[in-house]
Design a protein around this ligand. Structure first.
Ligand code: AHR
Length: 640
């Protein structure tokens, strides 16, 4: 629902359209300070802004892929065991149907040499027995929607599998399919599809049942079910989350981590060769965020994610160090260097190369574009001091074979020169306010900077408005220094907000299986990345205010000044803008505001805080305006 409201600007008010907001939101608290004069000369260029400044950082944390972006609905589809048995799977017995489950040491592939054994002791068409999967805190079922699935089975006795999506609340079948089974007692893959009923309510409280109407034994493995995915990719991603990322105007995706790249031990690292090819050949792996990854999001899926968003990967390669200190150097490091070379070939090689051919066989003949390779992650935590040696060994080998790529170091090195160094910042809002000038005097004659992870960590599971203010302030500093900072990515990107879903608080986008929402920090990024010029221009304030921040960039192509103003005080702030060379026309204002720093969005109140658009008449000379307290404002001002 939309309605018109008036803005608190000392400018001619034009039409304003916005989502309904609490009226108090626009009541600024008393205006205390002397007006601050912000003088901007859009014709005086100061420094370039990197065309790749804003991007995405990702890893399997907080159920980011499994139970998140990766659209698979079945949890523990490969029947991993733990102390409790086979988690997320239960026996299903209708009326007089009876069954029991065990783990079996028999599977359809070398990677999956085990399975779930279902022994159906009593069953008939009205008394079925089988197994239930509870999904990732439920399963999203929407009306008139096609669900595609598959499973591997080795059967004895049973004849037909019945597949159903069932409402937890009512027990009603929402979608169903029947699959005739082979009789040769061999492992086979079966595929099915089913369409949910029209007119049902979209809900998350549903479960999956696979059942049988005849006694016998079934070994099951890799039971999979997908809803429609973004671009209809098989084994693909949730459309809502892909659209939310697209709205962030990203230029790159840093992958696959983070700690997820390194693992607690070498065994837990992101071993890319075990994440490619048919799912049945992916063994899955335990990750440092304390759950098992299905590896459905494998190296090729990451690349396709980039392709779908029209962005480039920043490929982080495992560098011979894991979080608990395991590390190798010299000859022992060489196999990992070779793995990295092979990985780059898998991503970029044509079909005449060994790994390029493998990628073509996996379904993507066209090589992917790549410019940056990152060696390791946060290697300053390697107390053995081996990173210098490890980076240098990787750099020599990669540069010899691929001189065109820029190499990113994750900690200072002396024995070779990285093209870029990755700096990480997790701060409070006040800390970010105090460090917006962090890079202003940094040397410009050394490696460039990648702020590969950064976030104001206030609010859980997703950041509150204080965090958005900290983020916005920090982004003004990054934009001002973007001749040095070539890329920046907030982390972590995703969190499944269900109890037990989160390992790291303050994550940009929250969701359950059905719904997703952007935190105030998300909206701040949408605004900053979507309104950015290609150079900064001369801009200064007449007196200091340690809670007021700004960035002024210009795009000569569309003759636009992008002005970002952040009032991180909870009191309104008068500002006089003095801008030369403004063209006649309308300036667009996007405002992100909250009545309190503790205000936030949540899964049940996803739109409490959202940007509001308005327009004002643009003009040269003085513009008096009043910024409400707790305000992030982005102005697009046409230039002559
Ligand atoms: O973003 C969460 C974690 O923070 C990353 O995995 C790691 O690189 C950093 O310490």
């Amino acid at each position: 629902m939309h309605k018109s409201i008036s803005l608190n600007h000392g400018l001619k008010k034009l039409a304003v359209t916005c989502a309904i907001l609490p009226i108090a939101l626009w009541h600024s608290s008393s205006v205390a300070q002397t007006p601050l004069r912000l003088t901007i000369d859009p014709s005086t260029r100061i420094a370039s802004v990197s065309p790749t400044l804003y991007g995405l950082m990702t890893e399997e944390i907080n159920f980011s892929y499994d139970g998140g972006l990766y659209a698979e609905m079945i949890r523990n589809r490969t029947f991993a065991k733990d102390w409790s048995g086979i988690p997320h799977w239960y026996v299903s017995e209708q009326r007089n149907g009876r069954a029991a489950i065990n783990a079996a040491a028999d599977g359809p592939s070398k990677a999956l040499p085990h399975s779930l054994k279902l022994i159906v002791t009593a069953a008939s068409p009205d008394d079925e027995a089988g197994v239930v999967n509870e999904g990732y805190w439920g399963m999203a079922v929407r009306p008139s929607t096609m669900y595609r699935g598959s499973f591997y089975a080795k059967t004895d006795g049973v004849q037909t599998a019945r597949i159903r999506l069932v409402s937890d609340r009512t027990g009603a079948t929402l979608a169903e399919a029947s699959v005739p089974l082979g009789k040769d007692g061999a492992w086979r893959q079966y595929r099915f599809q089913m369409t949910s009923k029209a007119g049902i309510e979209a809900t998350a409280a549903n479960h999956f049942v696979i059942s049988f109407d005849h006694p016998g034994t079934v070994l099951l493995q890799l039971v999979s079910l997908f809803p429609p995915t973004f671009h209809n990719r098989p084994n693909g991603n949730r459309p809502d989350l892909m659209r939310m990322m697209a709205a962030m105007h990203p230029h790159f995706l840093r992958l696959p981590g983070g700690n997820y790249l390194e693992g607690d031990t070498f065994k837990q690292r992101f071993n890319w060769k075990e994440t490619i090819g048919p799912l049945v050949d992916r063994p899955t792996h335990r990750s440092p965020w304390n759950y098992t990854s299905s590896d459905g999001m494998g190296l090729l899926e990451y690349m396709e994610w980039c392709e779908d968003l029209k962005i480039e990967p920043v490929l982080a390669v495992f560098a011979g160090y894991s979080l608990k200190g395991e590390h190798v150097t010299g000859a022992a490091l060489q196999p990992y260097v070779q793995d990295a070379l092979d990985e780059v070939e898998y991503v970029t090689g044509d079909s005449s190369t060994k790994w390029g051919a493998r990628r073509a066989q996996d379904g993507h003949p066209k090589p992917f574009s790549l410019h940056y390779i990152e060696i390791g992650n946060e290697d300053e935590f390697d107390r053995s001091g081996s990173y210098d040696q490890r980076f240098t060994q990787f750099a020599k080998a990669i540069r010899a074979r691929y001189p065109q790529y820029k190499l990113i170091a994750t900690a200072p090195v002396k024995s070779s020169v990285p093209d870029v160094v990755d700096d990480h910042f997790y701060k409070t809002a006040d800390e970010f306010f105090a460090m917006v000038h962090h890079y202003d005097d940094a040397p410009r004659n050394g490696p460039k900077i990648f702020v590969g992870e950064w976030a104001t960590r206030m609010g859980s599971p997703t950041p509150n408005f204080a965090a958005a203010l900290g983020d916005a302030a920090w982004m003004t500093g990054m934009e001002r220094n973007s001749d040095l900072i070539v890329m920046a990515s907030y982390a972590p990107l995703f969190v499944n907000v269900n109890p037990g879903g989160m390992q790291w608080s303050s994550d940009l986008i929250g969701y359950d299986v059905l719904r997703a929402y952007g935190s105030p920090s998300y909206w701040a990024q949408v605004l900053f990345a979507g309104h950015l010029g290609d150079h900064t221009v001369k801009a200064s304030v007449d007196h200091k205010d340690d809670r007021f921040f700004f960035s002024a960039t210009v795009s000569p192509n569309n003759k636009m000044l992008f002005l970002k103003l952040v009032n991180a005080s909870d009191r309104a702030r008068k500002v006089t803008l003095s801008i030369a060379g403004v063209a006649k026309g309308q300036a667009e204002i996007n405002s992100l505001h909250a009545a309190s720093r503790w205000a936030t969005n949540s899964i049940n109140q996803p739109d409490a805080i959202r940007p509001v658009s308005s327009h004002i008449e643009a003009r040269s000379g003085d513009w008096p305006l009043t910024l409400s307290g707790n305000m992030i404002e982005v102005l697009d001002i046409p230039l002559q």
